[in-house]
Write a protein that binds this ligand. Structure first.
Ligand SMILES: *Cc1c(COP(=O)(O)O)cnc(C)c1O
Length: 488
């Protein structure tokens, strides 16, 4: 182990400095003089380290990390596609980064035009009338969309509608957002094949239902073939349909949520539209709505005037504001660059390629891993752990062992429909060679699980840190060197 492989937090040494200005600069007067009223009165309580210490610390930490730029990242539901670097270059252009949100409308026409065009592009891809780009993430989009739902019912004097129906396979943010928006959550069951049980849904639909939250394909990667029937039933009962757009990738440019009967949706720009996420950067969760809901969208909005100019407006019936200014503009620039570099034709290839990759992995591994739902999936699928569970190797063990072989783990223990869920989403940006290597490694891990199970159970063996106490890390996070000092 090299000395810098150790996880060292405490680098501070009293008196060590990153930078200080010399007292004598070869007799040149005055250049180091900081006016005394600008000088800090008390020294800041910061780590005392040299510049080289800081550079090495962060560079070494960055090399201990795993990202889409270092390897395959099949984290199901998260759409960890490659983040094209041209998007970053465009978003870093000083013509955009030097803007201030309080500048006058006339001086930011270009930025507003980009914002407006992205709203239009998303509307066209979603089949919905209008989009707001204000929310900061998918979950924030859910909350915003549910607030639209609430305002819609209340503005009609329909105060009884307090329930939101959520499938038992849903992402945890769906019921959480519904609760935060002040709704009561009612669960609808899935059938053995993972799709919503329409017979279970029917008795839930009455005049207390505000709407249903769904994703299609669902969290098992299966297309809900009865969606038109479901939409009809929910609408007849006076409810609205919310589409969780985290699974939009396989449908991009081919099938539109608006055409399936959805009234409201969010899009995760950091999933479907290739902008970095996780540790890689902030997100953006635009929300689209059908025509009868546009007036409730959050303030402010960007519109195009009769004069051809772009304006920032606010509406009286709006649910109010959900973000500061117009949201995460840098993320929008990257997503817009992605859309324009693909074009209408390119965007239509995303879904089929993502779908092909997922099915290729699924079919190649189902001799070793338990596939609870047969059939063609969309962009992702779920295994219920190893087929042969006799040696006691769990999904968690397999996930950790993958790290030893240089792959990020899939999403594990979600969806909750199975005990040993392993949710795999390769995305369209991975090559045949990468998929083949991943398949080979998962076969190898299955063999190890049968023959040398302790190797799998003790994994990871080669990562900078071994198996972590994840609950402890979440409950008692140590986020800086002072907390570490106190903990020791
Ligand atoms: C990622 C995800 C969300 C939440 O999106 P964030 O941008 O992480 O807040 C919601 N639903 C599903 C199915 C997801 O995969």
């Amino acid at each position: 182990m090299k000395y810098y492989d150790k996880v060292i937090f405490e680098l501070s040494r009293p008196g060590r400095k990153g930078y200080s200005l010399p007292a004598d600069n070869f007799g040149v007067d005055g250049i180091n003089e900081i006016p005394s009223d600008l000088l800090r009165q008390e020294p800041l309580d910061l780590p005392e380290v040299s510049e080289a210490d800081v550079v090495r610390h962060y560079t070494n930490l960055s090399q201990k990390n795993f990202g889409v730029d270092t390897g395959f990242y099949p984290l199901g539901s998260c759409t960890m596609k490659y983040n094209p670097k041209i998007n970053e270059e465009i978003a870093a252009h000083p013509a955009f980064t030097a803007l201030h949100p309080s500048q006058s409308e006339e001086s930011v026409q270009g930025a507003l035009e980009l914002y407006y065009n992205l709203q239009r592009a998303l509307s066209s891809l979603a089949g919905l009338k209008e989009f707001t780009l204000n929310p900061y993430a998918g979950a924030h989009g859910e909350l915003t969309g549910l607030m639209v739902m609430k305002h819609y019912h209340q503005s009609r004097g329909d105060m009884k509608r307090t329930k939101v129906i959520v499938p038992d396979s849903a992402h945890g943010t769906n019921p959480a957002s519904a609760m935060v928006a002040g709704f009561e959550v009612v669960e609808v069951k899935s059938k053995p094949n993972g799709s919503i049980d329409v017979e279970d849904l029917k008795p839930l639909l009455d005049d207390t239902v505000a709407g249903i939250m769904m994703t299609n394909p669902n969290t098992l990667g299966m297309f809900e073939t009865e969606i038109m029937e479901i939409a009809k039933l929910v609408h007849e009962a006076g409810g609205l349909l919310y589409y969780d757009g985290a699974n939009l990738n396989p449908l991009l440019g081919k099938v539109r949520p608006g055409d399936m009967g959805f009234d409201i949706m969010h899009i995760n720009l950091h999933k479907t539209f290739s902008t970095p996420h996780g540790g890689g950067g902030p997100g953006s969760g635009p929300v689209g709505v059908a025509e009868h809901l546009t007036e409730y969208l959050p303030n402010p909005r960007v519109v195009k005037g009769e004069d051809g100019k772009f304006h920032i407006t606010t509406g009286d019936k709006s649910l109010g504001s959900v973000s500061s200014f117009l949201g995460n503009f840098g993320v929008m620039m990257k997503a817009y660059a992605y859309i324009l570099t693909l074009g209408k034709e390119g965007i239509r290839n995303v879904g089929p390629l993502a779908t092909l990759n997922a099915n290729y992995i699924k079919e190649s591994l189902k001799d070793d891993y338990l596939l609870p739902i047969e059939g063609v999936c969309k962009h992702e699928f779920v295994f219920d752990g190893l087929k042969d569970k006799s040696t006691g190797v769990t999904t968690l063990n397999v996930a950790k062992r993958l790290l030893d072989y240089g792959f990020h783990a899939p999403t594990i223990y979600f969806p909750l429909l199975f005990h040993e869920s392993m949710m795999i989403e390769p995305t369209e940006t991975e090559s045949r060679e990468t998929l083949d290597e991943f398949i080979e490694v998962l076969h190898k891990v299955a063999k190890e699980a049968r023959e040398t199970p302790e190797d799998v159970k003790n994994a990871p063996l080669t990562t900078p840190v071994r198996k972590l106490d994840e609950t402890g890390a979440a409950k008692n996070p140590i986020l800086n060197y002072k907390q570490l000092k106190n903990a020791q």
